[in-house]
Design a protein around this ligand. Sequence first.
Ligand SMILES: CC(C)(COP(=O)(O)OP(=O)(O)OC[C@H]1O[C@@H](n2cnc3c(N)ncnc32)[C@H](O)[C@@H]1OP(=O)(O)O)[C@@H](O)C(=O)NCCC(=O)NCCS
Length: 186
Amino acid sequence: MSEARAAAAPPPLKLRPTMLSDLDFVTQVETDSRNLPFITPWERTQHEAAVRIPDFRHFIVEAGRDGSRDGFVILQGCRNPHKSVELKRIVLQREGQGQGLGRACVRLLKRMAFRDLAAHRFWLDVKSLNQRALALYASEGFVEEGRLRESVRISGLGEAAGYDSLVVMSMLDREYLARVALGAED
Ligand SMILES: CC(C)(COP(=O)(O)OP(=O)(O)OC[C@H]1O[C@@H](n2cnc3c(N)ncnc32)[C@H](O)[C@@H]1OP(=O)(O)O)[C@@H](O)C(=O)NCCC(=O)NCCS
């Protein structure tokens, strides 16, 4: 972590359940051209379903004290019989990126997955071109499981752009507990 980042107080962070009235904001953040290369956006109806279906947890990220919205996150597999919970999506407003908010969200989501949802495995996939997210997840203790080779089209650059691979990463409950014992988790 940079010295400037280390010196700054961690931003206060709240994840509150997404409401249907938040979905214009969710769609706007998700389809921001600066975020689009890193995600595969959903139809609004998919977000509506994720807000309603208990297997999902759909949250708005609020980092300030004024109730303004900074992004959204989605967990899937919250009722998975194998206790395998997925960090399905994390997208922050472009203006709020690079200030430690993503790391704070990932820490809170790990806590939620392992402590509240009793997950055995917490996993995600990330495009290999997304170096920022890869570095974040690796530094937060996620282990690479493998790569789904050339499984997603590179968006926004036309047919010639080709394909990117998805990197599957995970953390197991015993790995999380080891990090807690080491003081590596909040
Ligand atoms: C990915 C995302 C959630 C990260 O959140 P963030 O608030 O921007 O990231 P943070 O400020 O917490 O930085 C976390 C780490 O990312 C890495 N990082 C940040 N910017 C980076 C960059 N430009 N290049 C490489 N790594 C970078 C660093 O390791 C940083 O750790 P540090 O504390 O040592 O500096 C956010 O940028 C985002 O919403 N991006 C668009 C959508 C997306 O990519 N979602 C993830 C899909 S899997």
